[in-house]
Write a new protein. Structure first.
Length: 159
């Protein structure tokens, strides 16, 4: 059976089985490498260097996989939040928007701009939101707010 047709849980269980086997072998190696061992097994320095390189490569590959999984998870969360914001605002969300978003990495500034635009369109009243406070002046139109709600950054007298 190909890996594409199998459930993810089976593939994950096989991965952990392989991890178990690998760590068992590392445990056996530890017995041979332990300097307190009574055995006279001498390990060649080239073998030790090869083992170190293999363990380092393993660590780097695991780190790369973790990073890709984190990025994919964050992208799914962003898409879910975006979909929810569009639904709350009553705006149509095209599938192409979601697919285009998932294919290109999002810079932090673009994500902030998009979230501030979404929060503006989904705001049902003239209240100031946290996103509006964090947005730059060009991103937020505060003209519709009551004067009591507007913030005056030019005041120097403390009032």
């Amino acid at each position: 059976m190909s890996q594409v047709n199998r459930p993810t849980s089976h593939i994950v269980s096989e991965i952990f089985t392989d991890f178990g086997t690998a760590f068992t072998l590392l445990g056996e190696l530890e017995v041979y490498l332990n300097p307190d061992s009574d055995t006279n097994n001498k390990i060649a320095e080239s073998d030790l260097l090869a083992l170190r390189a293999a363990v380092n490569k393993f660590g780097e590959e695991i780190e790369n996989m973790c990073q890709r999984i984190k990025e994919r998870t964050l992208l799914q969360i962003r898409n879910s939040m975006k979909r929810h914001a569009y639904e709350e605002a009553g705006l149509p969300l095209r599938k192409q928007q979601i697919l285009a978003t998932s294919k290109t990495p999002i810079s932090q500034e673009k994500a902030r701009n998009a979230s501030s635009v979404l929060s503006q369109s989904s705001a049902k009243s003239a209240d100031i939101t946290l996103n509006m406070l964090n947005a730059t002046e060009q991103e937020v139109d505060v003209e519709g707010l009551a004067t009591a709600d507007k913030l005056d950054y030019g005041c120097t007298d403390g009032s």
